[in-house]
Design a protein around this ligand. Structure first.
Ligand SMILES: [Zn+2]
Length: 843
């Protein structure tokens, strides 16, 4: 089965794909398919909020059946959320998901765009989302997208009329789409955009509905469908040898970090869109009443006359025969005034010319990375695999002002190679995701260059422009400079050619907690971006902190090599927090970036430059007890965090729990979602409760209500009912409802201010009902909702204590939130205030 899957994937990749910088090598039937697309002048825009929201069935149908120019506008890059294949989270996850979307579009034939909105985490309501996103900026990006893409039809994935029924990002994407539909053609809206684009009125907007929104399939069957357009997204494409839903499943399976690898579907399948606004279609056709032929543009008819004929008489044995006609069409297309269609169709037509001629043009660098000021060597490969007369006139490396003028004929199937060497200009921008270059807000990236907004990736630093003469006409073909290499165990590989700093630095631990005055050794890794890098590194730090030595010299002979230097960092006596950041000096230049690489087989390698830094926190924290047993659930960084404040954390396998085996621990902590994923807990629950009964402390962190790994009587020794209640606003007000409770007093005094500076959320899946033995300690709620007292519950049981908490310690502790540390230390110390007061250790 696996073998089949891999084989199938391989076929698709070679037929469709140019991702991972890999060149397209289409068969004639695929070339014909591209020709059909060239001859359709219509555009569809699909709008949703996240990577994976998009309906690939419909995107593939629009792109491959309608042959429309099809764009998926994802409001965000999916920075929030989980990663099933690696450790990338937040902005790095956003980079990974961006590339997965591009990989998906490479398969379904769509194009990918974004706004500046950041996926900041779960949001209950669009009102909250649009406040955090900076509605005006994101709406402006939506209008910008419509004015640039000029869609005839817009399809919203989500319903703008049902706020609160799904993720606030989802509804917001639809609300903004409806507003932008009206604004894109309004010259008074975002007038500054009109310097580089023009007004546009889409014809109509739809909502991508389904039976699900009608409660049941029976209800949907009975429903009035006069406002719906139906499409069979299971169509079979003989020229591709694939069903539309097979393509869609392959595209969807690119979302690997979200675990979307899946089997393919085949066969007829109806998809519905509901007409919302604009010009209502008169029949079952999204593009009804829209001229999608070449005659829609002035001067296009003559182009169409040639290209429709080529399509009708397409020679599947030798498509190069069509080159003279294609070149003629290209000449005529250059005279078309409408620059939107001229630009879009010129690119498609040039691609078709390359494909029909079997022309292979490649510019690849010897090395995968370079630095400004370094020498670069580019290998140029050209070959014409047709009988047509083609002359290679010029190769220009854009970005390096370096040019070759071979002026040579490319004869049939004879490879011609060249080499271009140049010095990378000092002012070349580094290769890093453009949206991460400036500091953004929680909800929006900062992008100052309007021309970049919406682009999926940072444009390549160097592009090779090949000027060819075909049938008497000069045509320029652009190819980004890539890095081509091979690995014995993987074969030929392509990567982006990246421009990086001469040196980067990294502190592995991103949050360093100082629970005492003691000095800590902090290691800084310095990595060379080129050979023979020598300089010194210093550590910027907040006032009150001491770092020695002031700087450390280093010398790295080889590019890519890393050295580690160690600084001694001493905190102040009192609470303090800030950032330490390594600063590298080489000659008179300073470097302060960390290089992160993302490398998976299904996406091209990504180089991301982030500010090199770590958060340092001096917190005066008291704790009682020392040895903590930790039972891992779905995975969290709580053990590492507790070690930072001096606990000894022992990860235990629940299968090993025996009668009395836990007695040596001061507390047992159960990791997030353990009861959802660890089956063995069902059998060990009585032993855990017995441990508590005998005087132990057991802390259970959040679990998802109802999704248990196995059936068991109760998560707690008393009745406790979990719910879906969560508090998503990390700044929401917290009330201490049991101020006298030990959790608020011992050994650390907890104030309201200890709930300041929390990140992402307060907590989730709070219990909604509990037996009277439980004492609620704090209360909190999102704006407009009644507060919950279920976030932190403590109950005495026998001689010990049981604590259940849905508070997001798994986020707050790794982020270095000192109030969360104090509260957790109190939870671990509960019950020890009387017996161990004398042994209360500081730090
Ligand atoms: Zn979503």
């Amino acid at each position: 089965m696996k073998h089949f899957w891999v084989h199938f994937l391989f076929i698709l990749l070679i037929s469709f794909n140019s991702f991972a910088q890999k060149p397209d090598k289409p068969t004639t039937s695929e070339i014909y398919h591209h020709l059909q697309k060239l001859n359709f002048l219509g555009t569809a825009l699909y709008v949703a909020a996240h990577p994976d929201d998009e309906n690939t069935n419909l995107i593939s149908y629009l792109s491959n059946h309608e042959h429309a120019h099809t764009v998926y506008l994802s409001m965000t890059r999916g920075d929030g959320g989980q990663n099933l294949i690696g450790s990338e989270l937040r902005e790095l996850l956003g980079v990974l998901r961006t590339e997965e979307l591009l990989a998906a579009r490479n398969i379904d034939g769509g194009e990918q765009r974004f706004t500046r909105a950041n996926d900041f985490g779960f949001s209950k309501h669009p009102n909250e989302t649009l406040k955090i996103w900076d509605k005006d900026k994101v709406l402006s990006d939506m209008v910008w997208a419509i004015r640039n893409i000029k869609p005839d039809v817009i399809i919203n994935r989500f319903d703008h009329r049902t706020p609160g029924s799904t993720h606030g990002h989802h509804t917001s994407s639809a609300i903004l789409s409806m507003e932008a539909f009206d604004l894109a053609n309004d010259a008074s809206a975002y007038p500054e955009q009109l310097k580089s684009t023009s007004l546009w009125q889409p014809k109509r907007v739809f909502f991508n509905t389904s039976w699900w929104f009608y409660g049941s399939q029976e209800n949907f069957e009975k429903a009035d469908k006069s406002n719906l357009v139906k499409m069979d997204v299971g169509a079979y494409y003989p020229d591709l040898g694939l069903s539309n839903n097979e393509i869609a499943a392959m595209a969807r399976s690119q979302h690997l970090c979200q675990g979307f690898g899946r089997l393919t579907d085949r066969g007829s399948s109806d998809e519905y869109v509901e007409f919302l606004k604009g010009d209502k279609p008169t029949n079952n056709d999204l593009f009804a009443g829209i001229n999608t032929t070449w005659s829609r543009v002035k001067g296009g008819e003559a182009v169409g006359e040639i290209l429709y004929k080529v399509q009708d008489n397409f020679d599947f044995r030798d498509p190069s025969k069509h080159l003279p006609d294609l070149v003629k069409a290209y000449q005529l297309l250059q005279k078309v005034e409408d620059d939107h269609w001229r630009t879009l169709k010129s690119e498609e037509l040039k691609n078709l010319i390359l494909e029909c001629a079997g022309l292979y043009l490649e510019a690849s660098s010897e090395s995968g990375t370079t630095t400004p000021g370094s020498a670069a060597k580019i290998r140029i490969e050209t070959i014409n695999r047709s009988a047509q007369n083609i002359t290679l006139k010029e190769i220009d490396i854009i970005g390096a002002s370096s040019k070759l003028t071979p002026n040579t004929a490319l004869s049939n199937n004879e490879e011609k190679n060249f080499e271009i060497s140049f010095t990378v200009p000092e002012n070349t921008n580094y290769t890093s995701p453009y949206w991460l270059n400036e500091v953004g807000t929680l909800g929006t990236y900062t992008v100052n260059d309007q021309s970049l907004i919406g682009k999926p990736e940072t444009p390549a630093a160097f592009v090779a422009r090949f000027v060819l003469n075909l049938a008497g006409t000069d045509i320029a073909f652009d190819k980004p400079v890539v890095h081509r290499f091979s690995k014995p165990d993987k074969g030929e590989l392509y990567e982006p050619f990246a421009v990086l700093p001469e040196a980067t630095s990294k502190i592995d631990e991103k949050v360093l907690i100082f629970a005492t005055d003691a000095t800590k050794d902090i290691q800084v890794k310095v990595r060379a971006g080129k050979d023979d890098v020598a300089g010194k590194v210093a550590l910027d730090h907040p006032t009150g902190w001491t770092v020695t030595p002031a700087n450390i010299p280093f010398n790295i002979p080889q590019k890519g090599q890393e050295v580690t230097v160690t600084f001694k960092v001493t905190p102040p006596h009192t609470d303090s927090e800030g950032k330490i950041s390594p600063v590298i000096t080489i000659g008179n230049k300073k470097y302060g970036k960390e290089l992160v690489e993302i490398n998976y087989d299904h996406i091209p390698r990504q180089s991301i430059l982030l500010p090199s830094e770590a958060k340092v926190v001096r917190m005066d924290i008291q704790k009682s007890g020392e040895h903590i047993a930790y039972i891992m659930g779905a995975g969290d960084m709580v053990p590492e965090s507790l070690e930072q404040i001096g606990y000894q954390v022992h990860i235990i396998d629940p299968n090993d729990i025996q009668k009395g085996s836990l007695d040596k621990y001061d507390a047992v902590v159960v990791g997030i979602r353990a009861y959802n994923v660890v089956e063995a807990l069902k059998f060990k629950q009585p032993l855990l409760f017995e441990y508590v009964k005998n005087g132990g402390t057991m802390i259970v962190q959040y679990n998802t209500a109802g999704r248990w790994a196995s059936q068991f009587e109760n998560i707690a020794p008393y009745d406790l009912t979990l719910s879906n209640d969560r508090v998503t606003d990390e700044n929401s007000e917290v009330k201490i409802v049991a101020p006298g409770n030990a959790l608020m007093n011992y050994p650390n005094n907890i104030q309201k201010s200890d709930f300041d500076g929390w990140v992402q959320e307060r907590g989730l899946y709070f219990p909604k009902a509990w037996s009277s033995e439980f004492i609620p300690v704090i209360s909190m709620g999102d704006e407009g909702e009644s507060p919950s007292e279920g976030s932190l519950l403590v109950a005495p049981y026998g001689e010990g204590h049981y604590i259940y908490t849905g508070l997001s310690f798994f986020r707050e502790l790794p982020a270095g939130v000192s109030g969360a540390y104090k509260l957790f230390a109190n939870m671990l110390s509960v019950g020890k205030s009387e017996v161990k007061k004398e042994s209360n250790v500081k730090g």
